[in-house]
Design a protein around this ligand. Structure first.
Ligand code: 5AD
Length: 434
């Protein structure tokens, strides 16, 4: 029995903010919607249901969520607008005070989101036949890189961070289920799988006899995934045993390792579990075991009490680490975190001035990293091109996370090819196909 009130299946758009874990959650939601008979469209289309999968890591992320919700309502006056994810988990009141929002679904209730939408709209979902799903699942989501969640939650106590409050305690997904899902993604045509989570390095600690390196080994042995990427690791988790897995060339030589600060006093106040020197040791270990690895990082500028000289320790470390990419976050006080009780806040203008200085250093560092690769050959996964008549201008990504471009008559979508890097001036490096 078909229970839809219109001739067409209701349409859904999902807009995702924040981290790769949220992207994995959105991909799962898209699949569930398709399975329940909805059609998943792009956030630019006009739709019946608009889900904003929010981030709440800083007050800037909150502001972006509110802005997105208002703009989604303007573009879709009749739609059901759903505020989902981390922001409503932290502060449902803040979202229920917005007139534009119809439904509020925090992380804890994400698994019931599709059902709640159905109840709200009065739709009786029509499950599609098994087997329809892979092809139908979200045609607008490019079929090149799949985000797969391996765990969720964080037991660390970093003093600035709201994530443990909105993602809960660490829970690992069973390795059998991860291996099965990755096998399915490979069948669907994905060439790269990104393992996502909040705290990947402690994967399996809540289960028996599985570790991250054991999981990686199983995935490489039991699936035919061509590229596997680990979305982030903490410096204290970088050990020869784990890093030796990267001898397998299917594992991408790319490490995202949050630094936050180069000052030992600030790191201590942040309750991070390493010193600047230990961080650099981790960098050196990676560089000695994984040639040409890209190392990217996150930095918080203007943590309470950060002096000019402590900030310059961070700058010095950045000069030494040759980061391929840096995400710089001006410190944002998050309600209820232990750092929110510090009173020695750094004035906003000073924070922003430091932010712009360190962004400049990061760009120099990224350029140095790219320069070191000019002339070398890397594998590139081609993601897309401007459509039209050839030659096509392709964009792709190397195994070590450099964005590249080339002009070619060939149709390269979702192919992995070898390419020589030619020019490091721009963030988008030009390459020639081999
Ligand atoms: N203020 C600024 N940046 C933050 N991050 C986490 N919490 C805060 C905060 N309160 C940054 C960290 C983390 C990244 C995901 O977000 O750098 O690694």
């Amino acid at each position: 029995m078909h229970g839809f009130s219109t001739d067409h299946p209701p349409s859904v758009a999902i807009e995702t903010h924040g981290c790769k874990l949220n992207q994995a959650d959105s991909a799962d939601l898209a699949r569930e919607f398709v399975q329940a008979g909805y059609s998943v469209l792009s956030s630019k289309d006009s739709v019946d249901i608009y889900v904003v999968n929010t981030c709440t890591i800083t007050h800037v992320a909150d502001r972006k969520a509110r802005h997105t919700i208002r703009s989604a309502r303007r573009r879709n006056p009749e739609a059901t607008i759903v505020a989902a994810g981390c922001y409503p988990q932290r502060s449902p009141e803040a979202l229920s005070s917005l007139d534009e929002v119809d439904l509020i679904v925090g992380n804890k209730d994400k698994s019931t989101l599709v059902r709640q939408v159905g109840e709200w709209r009065g739709f009786v979902p029509v499950p599609c036949a098994i087997g329809d799903v892979p092809n139908a699942a979200s045609p607008k989501i490019a079929r090149t890189r799949a985000m797969v969640k391996i765990q969720e939650g964080c037991d660390q106590v970093c003093s600035y961070c709201i994530v443990p409050k909105v993602r809960g305690r660490e829970r690992s997904r069973p390795s059998d289920s991860i291996v099965r899902v990755i096998g399915q993604r490979v069948q669907e045509g994905y060439k790269e799988v990104v393992l996502t989570g909040t705290q990947l390095g402690t994967y399996g600690l809540d289960q028996d006899e599985v570790t991250l390196s054991g999981l990686i080994e199983r995935i490489l042995d039991e699936t035919e995934v061509m590229r596997l990427r680990v979305s982030s690791l903490q410096p204290q988790e970088i050990e020869p045993d784990l890093i030796s897995s990267w001898a397998n060339s299917r594992l991408c030589p790319h490490f995202h390792m949050p630094l936050q600060s180069g000052s030992d006093q600030i790191l201590k106040k942040m309750k991070r579990r390493y010193t600047g020197e230990e961080y650099l040791n981790a960098v050196n270990l990676i560089r000695s075991m994984v040639p040409n690895a890209a190392i990217s990082t996150d930095i918080i500028v203007g943590f309470p009490g950060e002096t000019e000289s402590q900030f310059s320790e961070t700058c010095r470390l950045v000069d030494n680490a040759m980061f391929a990419k840096m995400h710089v976050f001006p410190y944002s006080e998050r309600p209820g975190t232990s750092a929110s009780y510090f009173s020695d806040t750094v004035p906003r203008t000073q924070i922003l001035e430091r932010v712009s200085r360190i962004i400049d250093l990061g760009q120099i560092s990224a350029m140095e990293f790219r320069k070191g690769l000019v002339g070398s050959i890397r594998s590139v996964l081609w993601e897309g091109s401007e459509s039209g008549q050839g030659p096509y201008l392709w964009k792709g990504i190397t195994d070590n996370y450099v964005k590249v471009t080339c002009l070619s008559q060939r149709w390269l979508a979702n192919e992995i090819t070898d390419a020589r890097l030619c020019d490091a001036k721009d963030e988008m490096v030009s390459v020639e196909l081999i």
